[in-house]
Every structure is written in C-alpha cells, then in structure tokens.
Design a protein around this ligand. Sequence first.
Ligand code: ADP
Ligand code: MG
Length: 217
Amino acid sequence: MADEGDGMTIEVRRSASPAETERIGAAIARRLAPGTVVTLEGDLGAGKTCLVRGLARGLGADPAAVSSPTYVLEHRHPTDDGHELVHIDAYRIRSADDLASIGFEELLASGSAVVAIEWPSRIAAALPPVRIDVRIRHAGEDEREVEIEDVRPAQRAGTCASCGAALAAGSDGRFCSDRCRMGDLGRWFRGDYAIGRPVEEDDLSSDAWNPRGGGRP
Ligand code: ADP
Ligand code: MG
C-alpha cells in the first residue's frame, strides 16, 4: 500500500546521540493520537528502543520504564491522556497464536493505544495498512539516520479510505467498518485530528483491552 505514491510522506532526520534520537521520538509522539501504529526497523543497537523512550516522553509516559521487551512480548505504559503506549518486540513472535495471546487484533480495533512495534517484518501480514514506519540506520559510531514514513493509502472512489476494500451501499463513503474508521490514522498523523466516534467509558476499562477477560501472560 505504500506504493500508492500519493498520500505518503517521508522525512529523514540525522541523530548524533541517544538523546537526539529520543527527541525525534518525542517529536513523532506529538503528531500521534491513540490508535496509531508506529513500526521501528533497524539492526540490533540501531536505537529502536531509544526512540520508543522518546515516544514515551512525548506521550507523557515514564521514559525510564521503557526497555526492550525481552522476556515478554510487550510492555504497556500508561500515558498522561489516560491511554497507553504499548511497546511490542515482534522478534520473538513466531505464530499467530503468539499475536493472539497479546490481544493484538483487539488492541488495533480499540484504537486506544499508540502501538510501537520493534522488528515489524516478523508480523508484516498483521500490520494495519495505515501506520507510521520508522527506519533507523547506523551512519557512524553515534550517528544514526532516522527515516519516518507516513504510510497512508490514497483513497479511490468507492473504496475504504483505510483498507481499500470496496464500500457497500449505505456506507458513509469513507470506511468499510468501524475498525477502519477508528484506524484512520493518517488523518491524525497529519494533525487534522478528529475522533471517529465519541470516547466511551468502555474504552478505558481493562475489559476493552482483552475481551477474553484477562489471562495475558
Ligand atoms: P535497538 O532497540 O535498536 O536494539 P537500543 O535503543 O536498545 O537499540 O540501543 C541503541 C544503542 O546505541 C544504545 O546503547 C545507545 O546508547 C547507542 N547509541 C549511540 N548513538 C545513538 C544514537 N544516535 N541514537 C540512538 N542510540 C544510540
Ligand atoms: Mg530494542
């Protein structure tokens, strides 16, 4: 979907220190709203976790609590708007069951967390088409090149603005489902933020996170 050309922006930043990479993360965070998926690609030691620390800072979560989710698949950090930053390390995810065990589908459908994913290529098929892709490359000892791509498929007449599926008669002309309406992240990322539906009390309850009623590892 990133090959559509229109509706996609790429920004490249240089970083000369971990602090600078964190600042880039914090700057990205200020353009995000709950529901946005941010993928982080890069070799070991590139600075993916460092950038997530910046996302945490920008979202009002505790940056010091951010570390690589090595022994668990994900870490959840409360943000100061009452939502969460969910930090997933997909390196160890080997099956759809692993993804299901962290309630990934429900997490995306709820639209109420910023979801940062290290090693996204491991779960490429499960990623929403609308998201922010960050790629970090070594460019010297402490130098890094940080590429930020706003992936947003262009909407064609009669197709869903989020997933591109054909729209049924009687749809609102933009989205094929509530899930896609909630997933219209590109709009949020561009700054013309509009909530697709009013926030409901359920959104903030733990049940909304895990409809199976708990049991995450
Ligand atoms: P990853 O999650 O990609 O494996 P980390 O963020 O855990 O990487 O670690 C990055 C390492 O690189 C840290 O030890 C950090 O101090 C170091 N580093 C050096 N320069 C930078 C930079 N410009 N940006 C981010 N990290 C840097
Ligand atoms: Mg890491």
